[in-house]
Design a protein around this ligand. Structure first.
Ligand code: FDA
Length: 307
């Protein structure tokens, strides 16, 4: 019940101001956001890597309102790539981007986002790594998939995300699996209407399994983005049945969530990538994490009240 309310609040400027200014917020945000600057996140990347984990880095931000912000987003990623070069981790440290932060929803947004993300993908390739395009709300996806296809002409390693809750996704999965893409499958984190998306958790889980099967049996590189223990073990079994070796798929989880499970999978020899978000524009990302688990909201409210 609470999830959709929090997701609606994640798009409200009034709530953004309230949450950002509330005492105690910082402490809760720190569980999910790995710092505000590149200097904060680099030691975390080093530490995760020393523990056998891989990372995908997200400079938080979305739904910008001015072209200048889209250039700033591009530059923030270029700065990050400069620092990753020093670490020399290659594809063990890749990046995730939200095209809405690169200008996708502004005038001529499709072209603007493509022209901003291309130099990031180029710079990533120069240091031996890659970029994955996150999936945002359903209205943005045709543009995201078109940009993904365009980038893959020169950079075939560019990845994208598909969301199990959307009716369209099995078809997207078949297309992407046939053309050998890197694809992250997730349940889906946005508030979507019943006309385009499943609303029932059990139905979403079933769709997730069907889509994992398509990806595992296909030609691409599946990235299983979930903390759900059932889906993780079904993923392992589907990979085994499809004859995939341990380096032919990977698991992904978010920074700060089920850390022990992340360590366990890595210790078992799985590729385990931690989606590590950092930056100052954390509001939308943070609210989606609250919406996913009511206990997070309780913890947040308690920390405000006790400050
Ligand atoms: P589910 O929500 O059922 O959670 C399973 C268990 O995991 C819970 O019982 C709990 O123990 C733990 N858990 C899950 N979320 C938690 C939280 N916030 N706090 C504490 N514990 C939590 N979505 C999207 O729309 N576009 C995208 O591009 C991405 N990208 C992305 C990358 C990666 C690496 C991950 C793991 C997830 C995403 N997501 C996403 C988010 C995704 O759609 C989904 O909302 C979350 O992963 C939660 O779903 P689970 O599969 O973890 O299952």
């Amino acid at each position: 019940m609470l999830g959709p309310v929090i997701l609606a609040a994640s798009r409200s400027d009034k709530m953004r101001r309230f949450v950002s200014a509330a005492p105690g917020t910082k402490q809760v945000v720190a569980r999910f956001i790995a710092g505000e600057t590149v200097d904060d996140v680099v030691p975390i990347v080093r530490d995760l890597s020393e523990r056998g984990l891989e990372v995908t880095l997200d400079v938080v931000g979305e739904d910008i309102t001015a072209v200048e912000q889209s250039y700033a987003a591009r530059d923030a990623y270029l700065e990050l790539i400069g620092r990753l070069k020093e670490l020399g981790l290659g594809e063990r440290a890749e990046m995730s981007v939200k095209l809405s932060m690169f200008g996708q929803s502004l005038e001529n947004g499709h072209e603007l986002a493509l022209s901003n993300v291309r130099p990031v993908v180029e710079a990533a390739a120069e240091i031996g790594t890659t970029v994955t395009l996150d999936a945002e709300d359903h209205t943005t996806l045709d543009s995201m998939f078109a940009i993904h296809e365009e980038l893959r002409k020169d950079f075939p390693q560019t990845g994208c995300v598909i969301q199990a809750y959307l009716f369209r996704t099995e078809e997207d999965a078949r297309r992407l699996a046939a053309n050998g893409s890197r694809v992250r499958i997730v349940k889906g984190a946005y508030k979507e209407p019943a006309s385009v998306a499943l609303q029932d958790k059990a139905e979403i889980d079933k769709a997730y399994v069907r889509i994992m099967k398509i990806l595992m049996e296909g030609e691409g590189y599946p990235m299983i983005g979930s903390h759900d223990p059932r889906l993780v073990s079904i993923g392992q079994e589907l990979a085994r049945r499809a004859g995939r070796k341990l380096d032919e798929y990977e698991f992904q989880m978010l920074y700060g969530i089920r850390t022990e499970e992340q360590n366990r999978l890595a210790a078992e020899g799985h590729r385990m990538r931690v989606y590590t978000a950092y930056g100052t524009d954390w509001y939308g990302y943070f609210m989606r994490r609250l919406a996913e688990k009511p206990a997070n909201l309780l913890f947040f409210v308690r920390s405000i009240l006790t400050k």
